[in-house]
Design a protein around this ligand. Structure first.
Ligand SMILES: Nc1nc2c(ncn2[C@@H]2O[C@H](COP(=O)(O)OP(=O)(O)O)[C@@H](O)[C@H]2O)c(=O)[nH]1
Ligand SMILES: [Mg+2]
Length: 401
């Protein structure tokens, strides 16, 4: 090897070594764990499992039901890295106004009355008005009452203009809701008409499957927790295996505690133990979820009656509220359900859900008129903030004016 060849060889070796060390440094840097605080969004479930108890899992609306047991979506995971509270606040804030939520009712029921009376006098359209009311989920008894009121009002007027019809309907609604003890509540007074004075206050939530019990409990629990109450939610729907998981996700979103003992199939036992725990540990409110269906429909009412009796063994006055959840879209069926549950359990109030859907809303008037059970809350969507206090004045205003 000549001197020149030797030099070229050495330079080549030097270059290769330099290249190797540069590659080494690059690999080292790329594999190095980023410093703390740089980790933006943990996405693997293991990491999330280590999240502190009670951390919020705010899933997008609708994803709750579909999520397999214990799983956490990427969207949920991204929230775990911080900003949960902000997201929860967003959910509360982003909700519809009552007027927006009742848009469907306005379109289907009273919107039709408005167009009906665009021309001519109310006298001419009397039959058409009756037909509209009959198809608005009010129930025959309530339609008759309303028609009688309209008739009386119109008998005093030759012209019979639309404002008289509205006036008489509004007045009659007011009377009906008053007789059912529906009180006025400001939009921010969600709980003002629910029993909260006892400690713990025990609320039993009943209704058929799919009505929105679990969802409404989640929303209620979130509002209560937000106002500083210590809340325990009992998983009393032991019939459906998925029910417990769904409730768990909701309680995590609401940042409240769930009582769901493993392997306990007797809903009365769950209710009893939950109330006993709440009493011993200073909880403010216990909300008890229940099944909408058992193996046979006939047994459901007996089971619920038993649950109610058993609750009274821990706290004599419990449950302080027996709330039925009704899907407003189920029309006259909702009225029948309310009747059946009321007969068995003596209901204290109604939560009318899915008013954001194609609900005609008339069922609220029908229930108040026939059963004298107050409508307390309405569900206007699937988000945590989509729960509104029912206000008879707002209800009448938003559909008549
Ligand atoms: N749009 C809308 N959907 C609702 C409302 N309340 C409940 N839901 C939906 O109705 C379905 C049944 O609700 P769930 O709480 O499981 O009913 P449960 O069987 O009575 O416990 C779910 O898909 C909910 O997201 C509401 O106010 N508006
Ligand atoms: Mg449920």
């Amino acid at each position: 090897m000549t001197e020149a060849q030797r030099k070229v060889f050495l330079v080549l070796i030097g270059f290769i070594l330099l290249l190797a060390s540069v590659i080494g440094v690059v690999i080292f840097l790329s594999r190095r764990k980023p410093p703390e605080g740089d980790v933006a969004k943990p996405t693997d479930p293991e990491a999330l499992g280590a999240a502190p108890a009670g951390s919020v899992i705010a899933a997008p609306a609708g994803s709750i039901i579909a999520a397999p047991a214990g799983s956490i979506t990427v969207a949920e995971a991204s929230l775990m890295s911080g900003g949960q509270a902000g997201k929860l606040d967003d959910e509360f804030a982003a909700s519809k106004t009552l007027k927006e939520a009742l848009l469907q009712t306005e379109k289907t029921l009273f919107g039709r009355i408005k167009t009906l009376f665009k021309g001519g006098s109310a006298h001419q359209h009397f039959e058409a008005l009756e037909e509209i009311l009959y198809t608005s989920d009010l129930g025959p008894q309530t339609v008759e009452r309303l028609m009688a009121a309209v008739k009386t009002k119109l008998s005093k007027s030759e012209a019979g203009d639309i404002s008289l019809v509205k006036e008489s309907l509004a007045e009659e609604f007011k009377l009906i809701f008053k007789s059912a003890d529906v009180s006025e509540a400001a939009p921010d007074q969600l709980m003002s008409h629910l029993q909260l004075s006892a400690k713990p206050a025990v609320w039993m939530v009943v209704g058929v499957n799919g009505a929105g019990k679990t969802t409404s409990i989640g929303k209620l629990a979130a509002h209560l927790a937000r106002s500083g109450k210590k809340v325990l939610v009992a998983a009393g729907d032991t019939f459906r295996a998925a029910a417990g998981n769904q409730l768990k996700v909701w309680t995590e979103r609401a940042q409240v505690e769930i009582f769901s003992p493993d392997g306990v199939k007797d809903p009365s036992a769950v209710a009893y133990d939950a109330i006993a725990k709440a009493k011993a540990q200073g909880y403010d409110v216990v909300i008890i979820d229940t099944a909408g269906r058992l193996h046979t429909q006939a047994n459901l009412m007996e089971e619920l009656k038993k649950m109610k009796r058993v609750m009274g063994k821990v706290i004599a006055e419990a449950p302080h509220e027996t709330l039925i959840v009704l899907d407003a879209n189920s029309g006259q069926n909702a009225l029948l359900q309310a009747k059946e549950f009321h007969q068995a359990l003596i209901l204290s109030g109604v939560i009318l859900t899915k008013m954001d859907g194609t609900a005609k809303g008339g069922v609220a008037v029908g229930i108040a008129n026939e059963l004298k059970i107050p409508i307390r809350l309405i569900g206007v969507g699937e988000k945590i903030g989509d729960l509104r206090p029912f206000s008879s004045k707002d209800f009448a205003d938003s559909i008549l004016y």
